[in-house]
Design a protein around this ligand. Structure first.
Ligand SMILES: [Zn+2]
Ligand SMILES: [Zn+2]
Length: 159
């Protein structure tokens, strides 16, 4: 176990917000939740605290594909899956085969220090929404929409 640093009152409050959030909040979400509780910290304090808490191993940072960092107070081994439509991030507790990591290190020459995976897909409620859109607008529109979405994704990944 890593030696953890001393937590100021502000850091402790921010840590509690992240720990009690089930949905992997972004810094902006943390700011909103503090406001809901009537707490107003400077933005810089919040960003610096999240960075500090991550570095000290109290929380972990998930770098989502959209460039917005999200934070997780659950430190036990697990992976994540993100819905590319509504952007929710959920926990994945399905373990990887034991030799998968070793094999990956062997084949790539990398030393892997973060085994957290971020998978992407479409969540059940967005799938249901896509299906009902398809039913009401006709399959051509729905597949055009999907195609447009994929094109946008490609644009984003190729810069
Ligand atoms: Zn979704
Ligand atoms: Zn998580």
């Amino acid at each position: 176990m890593r030696q953890k640093g001393y937590l100021t009152h502000q850091r402790k409050v921010i840590l509690d917000i992240v720990r009690e959030s089930e949905d992997h909040p972004s810094a902006a979400d943390v700011i909103d939740r503090l406001k809901e509780k009537g707490i107003h910290f400077a933005y810089g304090t919040i960003y610096n605290s999240l960075k500090y808490l991550t570095e000290q191993g109290y929380i972990r940072e998930i770098r989502a594909g959209d460039g917005v960092s999200r934070y997780d107070g659950r430190m036990e081994a697990h992976h994540h899956i993100r819905c590319r439509i509504c952007n929710r991030i959920e926990e994945v507790y399905v373990p990887l085969p034991l030799n998968w990591l070793k094999q990956t290190e062997k084949e790539t020459g990398y030393s892997v220090d973060d085994e957290g995976f971020l998978l992407e897909g479409v969540c059940p409620s967005c799938q249901a929404k896509l299906d009902s859109d398809k039913a009401s607008t006709g399959s051509n529109d729905a597949s055009r929409e999907k195609e447009a979405f994929r094109a946008k994704e490609r644009e984003r990944t190729t810069g």
